[in-house]
Design a protein around this ligand. Structure first.
Ligand code: MN
Length: 709
């Protein structure tokens, strides 16, 4: 009778009346509003089955209603496809139904966008983790699972090819997630449906075989049930006893994994006993062990040592009448709830208002209860660590162009990704495309990003990467590379500096013998000639001092400071730096200063930071620009212009016209004038002069000056 009445009530009304059993009146009103809103949004859309689209969100909300989830979850379930499939924005949902609902809908929409592509099984676990990391709120996962469950229930409407791929994804990704969260009912059903559509033929055969077998078994099951019930009554236990039918997928998996025949798998009868408290569980166990003999080695106490998802029960296999094995599960009502609904069991019967973040309170309640029940078992603790990290993610999961998933710590950048792929990729990366669009290498990655690194064979790691990489792997690879390259560059530069110093003393560098070197190394305690030259370049030793030591340790000789300058090409790498105070460019008159531990620093000779008596100091090195310089240099100029609209734009245009780039601008205003400091890229003095000429033509420019000249 009841069922017939139900058929006449629209699905939406069923949802409201089911929800009214545990939600407040105000919540039901909100739910009705969400329904009306969702129906309007999806109006004119239909499912493949021909039903109006809104039937799907209602069904999803009803599934979550059976788990007794809170009002925001049910409302979000009603609206879960609205952002993805209609014009409604997240902002509009937030305005109408609050931020919490909007966040949930947004979370589900984001999950809908990523697609599981690879066939590799190892990737499935990463993919599950990625889903959980992206979801952040456990309720997003619950909505997603309910969504998947309803889609599986209505899979008949899909094309066969599509059915198989969705079913496979369900078995590999969603069923294990449901299992991990202890959502047993959803887990079982996802598995059954996944099995049915993945292996339609095997499924059909098994359905037929079990139907036949169960018909034969009915009488036996009834007898055993009666015997068990009677025995428990004798033990004065208030117990609920049910026969358990094995699920098809678990029969199938047992046949596949344990190489058992169908009758071997099916020839086991399952019963479940639910009692009121833990002591009763053990009393019931004792009673049943006296009824039928237990099979040795088959008893498992999951009450004392729960399974990793919090599952608790006593399991025992008994030898029943006619020698049939009987599997028994004994648990309390509370354990049964957790066994069926896992993480969702903490939403049960709780609808009190709370100022706390509900998600965190409830999830940590679950974690806490797991911690208590699992204490003492070490792999369980490890599981919990994983779970925490899944729910409150510390990692991001990103795709390679091949669809492989890489796990990186939160805050990782494109450079970290490049080094995670391979150190050669890291060392040669020049650019990155994230989700098909160019982005700076320093961009922080988000879960679900598809990352493609662009490399160039000549490229080298940039020291500035060290300021933003997040992984130890990237950091140490960059350091290692810089160190190696810096060393070889330093050795070369050190040799040039020493040769120059020798020449300034009128000594031919080729005349220095191995013996002279050996003595120098012995005296200074440095291991090799290369090490010594590298130290020289880094300013730890002074070339003039060493030149003297090499040739005439005691004699005092005077040098001709100006002889044999070291040529600078700008490709010396990290060992030669250009001073930021004067920013020298080719054709500038330059001078080198050896700075302890940093190496050779090039200034313009006019620079205010250069003392005038430099010729007498051993820290100074004679340097000159080489020919054939191919790179650009940065220099800084100060432009003073009248405060007028559009001046900066005209200046920038002139700079561009002269083929120069602006690296940086800072400005300060003084009365009617603005002082603009530009850092420009130029080839040499000639190029700079060309830029300045262009700027002088601008009417409102009052003064132009190169800085520190
Ligand atoms: Mn959906």
């Amino acid at each position: 009778m009841l069922n017939q009445t139900n058929l006449l009530i629209p699905e939406s009304e069923l949802l409201f009346s089911e929800a009214a059993q545990y939600l407040k009146v105000e919540d039901i009103t909100l739910l009705r509003n969400a329904y009306a809103f969702g129906q309007g949004a999806h109006l004119g859309q239909f499912r493949r089955s021909g039903e109006p689209y809104i039937a799907h969100p209602i069904a999803v909300a009803r599934i979550l209603g059976t788990l007794r989830l809170d009002a925001p979850t049910l409302i979000a379930a009603l609206l879960h496809d609205v952002v993805e499939d209609t014009d409604i924005s997240k902002a509009e949902i937030s305005e109408r139904f609050g931020e919490a609902v909007a966040e949930l809908v947004d979370g589900v929409s984001k999950l809908a966008k990523i697609e599981f592509q690879t066939q590799e099984e190892a990737q499935a676990e990463n993919f599950r983790k990625m889903l959980m990391a992206m979801a952040r709120d456990v309720r997003v996962i619950l909505i997603k699972l309910a969504d998947r469950l309803h889609n599986m229930r209505t899979l008949d409407a899909m094309l066969t090819e599509k059915q198989r791929s969705i079913a496979r994804e369900t078995l590999e990704i969603y069923a294990p997630i449901a299992h991990r969260f202890g959502l047993n009912n959803i887990y079982q059903e996802l598995q059954e449906l996944g099995f049915r559509y993945s292996f339609p033929l095997r499924h059909k055969v098994l359905v037929k075989a079990t139907k036949a077998a169960r018909g034969n078994r009915r009488e036996v099951v009834g007898k055993i049930l009666e015997a068990i019930t009677l025995k428990l009554k004798e033990a004065k236990l208030d117990a609920e006893v049910t026969g358990r039918e094995k699920h098809l997928y678990s029969i199938y998996m047992k046949m596949v994994e344990k190489h058992l025949s169908f009758s071997e798998v099916l020839d086991i009868y399952g019963f479940r006993v639910i009692v009121k408290d833990i002591p009763s569980c053990y009393v019931a166990l004792g009673a049943l062990h006296s009824l039928y003999k237990p099979i040795p080695g088959k008893f498992k106490d999951y009450i004392a040592i729960p399974k990793t998802n919090g599952y608790q029960s006593l399991h025992s296999t008994l030898l029943g009448p006619f020698g049939i094995p009987i599997e028994i599960q004994i648990r309390t009502v509370e354990m049964h709830q957790i066994a069926e609904n896992g993480v969702a069991s903490h939403w049960l019967y709780k609808s009190t208002d709370s100022d706390f973040d509900e998600l965190h309170v409830k999830t940590s309640q679950w974690l806490q209860s797991l911690l208590e029940t699992l204490s003492g078992s070490s792999d369980s603790l490890e599981f919990l660590e994983h779970l925490k990290f899944d729910l409150f993610p510390g990692d991001v999961f990103v795709f390679t162009p091949q669809g492989k998933i890489l796990t990186l710590p939160r805050g990782s950048t494109a450079v970290d990704f490049a080094y995670a792929v391979h150190s050669d990729v890291g060392n040669c990366c020049v650019a990155v495309k994230i989700n098909g669009e160019s982005a700076p290498l320093r961009t922080k990655l988000k879960s679900g990003d598809r990352v493609e690194i662009v490399t160039a064979p000549y490229a080298k790691p940039n020291p500035s990467w060290l300021s933003y990489v997040a992984t130890g792997r990237a950091r140490s690879s960059i350091r290692h590379f810089l160190k190696t390259i810096q060393y070889s560059e330093s050795v070369k530069l050190g040799e040039r500096m020493l040769n120059q110093a020798l020449i300034s003393f009128n000594i031919n560098p080729d005349s220095i013998t191995e013996l002279q070197w050996e003595k120098l190394l012995r005296d200074s305690g440095v291991k090799s000639k290369d090490d010594f030259l590298a130290e020289l370049a880094l300013g730890k030793q002074l070339p003039a001092v060493i030149a003297k030591k090499l040739v005439a340790p005691t004699e005092s000789i005077t040098s001709d400071w100006m002889t044999g300058p070291i040529t600078i090409l700008g490709n010396e790498g990290l060992t030669v730096q250009f001073a930021k105070c004067c920013r020298p460019i080719p054709d500038d008159d330059i001078i080198g200063i050896i700075k302890k531990d940093s190496g050779l620093i090039i200034h313009t000779r006019q620079c205010n930071n250069i003392p005038t008596n430099h010729r007498n100091s051993e820290n100074f090195v004679n340097v000159a620009w080489g020919k054939d310089i191919t790179r650009t240099f940065v220099t800084s100029i100060k432009v003073t212009a009248i405060n007028k609209q559009g001046v900066l734009a005209r200046i920038a245009a002139e700079i561009a016209k002269a083929d120069s780039n602006i690296d940086d601008i800072t400005m300060e205003t003084e009365n009617d004038y603005t002082h603009m400091h530009f850092i420009l890229q130029v080839n040499d003095r000639n190029h700079l002069a060309q830029v300045l000429r262009g700027l002088r033509h601008i009417k409102d420019v009052a003064r132009i000056k190169r800085n520190n000249e």
